[in-house]
Design a protein around this ligand. Structure first.
Ligand code: ZN
Length: 467
């Protein structure tokens, strides 16, 4: 595929309003399947997937805010990021004071519209640039119209299993839930379809499972529907953020020295590229699910302008001007050369069980939900606006992580506690003591123990060794 064809597909897909469910995802998968065909499947609302339930399907007809003179001052039709994803329908006149509670801006990037979602907490909101917010008439009334539907429907996803002869199967996964954002993750979807098209035509030794799902809920649903097959996967990649202007970055698998990690690093060095290495981190994309204690699939990610690492991440400035199809083609070539290298091997070292270095004594916990990340928000363990965790757990400001990433309305301390919870769940496979986890993550012992005890109270962990 040439630059122009890639540009063409990027231009067709960029404007579509995608979310974790709805017609935007259907339309996107239909367009991608014109390039090469794959299965498009649906899971109905209310289906239980481990600890999660498929939510209602969300679709948007229109959304705007009008000023007193009837001018549309915020308009979903102009940019779909203006509407917080999963906003419930509303039609109401209100004061600025009331409207303000539902507006989100980015004071640090005042001309950008933020990307925000509220999938599991019924609410509504608009996202606007901080400059626009500053200029809003404060003594005026506004008419708010959100014409959305939240109904029983489906979650839509795609897959294609391309069979080889060896016993090894690898996963190539991406997500399809972001609206008009280009590097994260329109670029990943386009790379995914190009690689699928390429691999189908190629004489292959190994099998490759191509999966395209809405992030988190889609990966969890996929794992729950394909549990035994997914348990056997040897390793894989998440395709995301592959066309930005910055250097190449590689996020290692949780093993860190898995053969895929070694292979990627060797290739990147051979190609003489400037690149940066990130250790595995419990934040990120669907490796959080695929690498959970039950599945432990080693997953790597090669990015060009990695999520969290560029200023325009999750804003309207991550648009088609930010990315280049030539960068996407460069990443396509890199992934091809890595798969070619994988194809040379007859035997891979088996998936190693994750082992602590010294198998120390000490308190050990076992996750009672090892299949994926448990749904933390329904247990009040996930930060929501003005979340309670911070007040309950952390008035101490301890720096144990250097993280650029911030969730909506989530302050640093709350975000760190969420990290602590996730690390404890990730390592609580019965092998790691709290001391081991402290050594692995650099998080202080007391904070880990606090999180572990709270997870026990929520029936997500049980203690198996008092140490
Ligand atoms: Zn994202």
């Amino acid at each position: 595929m040439q630059n122009m064809e890639i540009d063409n597909i990027l231009y067709r897909l960029f404007p579509i309003c995608r979310s974790i469910t709805g017609d935007g995802v259907r339309k996107t998968l239909a367009i991608l399947s014109e390039i090469t065909n794959f299965e498009i499947l649906e899971i109905p609302t209310k289906t239980k997937c481990y600890d999660w339930t498929i939510p209602k399907e969300w679709n948007v007809n229109d959304a705007y805010v009008k000023d007193q003179n009837g001018n549309k001052i915020i308009d979903f039709q102009k940019n779909n990021l203006h509407l917080k994803s999963y906003s419930i329908p509303i039609h109401k006149k209100m004061s600025f004071k009331e409207l303000e509670l539902h507006l989100e801006t980015l004071p640090d990037l005042p001309d950008a519209i933020p990307y925000r979602t509220s999938y599991y907490k019924e609410s509504w909101g608009f996202c606007i640039s901080h400059n626009q917010f500053t200029n809003l008439e404060k003594n005026s009334t506004y008419e708010v119209v959100i014409d959305t539907t939240l109904k029983e429907g489906n979650l839509t996803y795609g897959q294609k299993i391309v069979k080889g002869e060896s016993k090894y199967e690898f996963l190539i996964s991406t997500y399809c839930c972001h609206p008009s954002l280009a590097n994260d993750n329109l670029s990943g979807m386009v790379l995914w379809i190009l690689l699928l098209q390429w691999i189908k035509k190629k004489k292959r030794k190994h099998s490759y499972r191509f999966v395209i799902v809405p992030e988190t809920i889609g990966a969890i649903a996929y794992l729950s529907k394909n549990e035994s097959e997914m348990k056997k996967i040897s390793g894989g990649f998440i395709l995301t953020c592959v066309a930005g202007p910055n250097n190449i970055e590689y996020k290692k698998s949780f093993q860190g020295n898995h053969f895929l990690d070694n292979l990627v690093l060797k290739k990147l060095e051979e190609l003489n590229l400037h690149f940066k290495i990130h250790d595995f981190d419990i934040n990120g994309s669907d490796e959080r699910q695929y690498s959970s204690p039950f599945f432990r699939i080693p997953i790597g990610t090669i990015c060009k302008s990695k999520y969290y690492e560029y200023d325009y991440y999750h804003t309207s400035k991550d648009n088609l001007e930010f990315i280049k199809s030539k960068n996407l083609i460069e990443m396509f070539q890199i992934y091809i050369s890595i798969i070619e290298e994988m194809e040379r091997f007859e035997n891979f070292q088996d998936k190693e069980i994750l082992n602590p270095k010294n198998n120390s004594s000490g308190k050990k916990f076992l996750s009672l939900m090892p299949y994926c990340e448990p749904m933390l928000s329904k247990r009040n363990l996930y930060p929501t606006n003005g979340g309670t965790i911070k007040q309950r757990m952390f008035d101490v400001k301890k720096e144990h992580h250097d993280r650029k990433y911030q969730d909506t309305n989530e302050n640093k301390i709350t975000g760190k506690y969420l990290d602590t919870i996730r690390w404890v769940l990730f390592y609580s496979d019965g092998m790691f003591s709290i001391e081991d986890i402290a050594e692995k993550t650099g998080i202080p012992y007391d904070e880990l123990l606090l999180a572990a005890n709270e997870l026990c109270t929520n029936n997500l962990l049980k203690i198996i060794d008092e140490g």
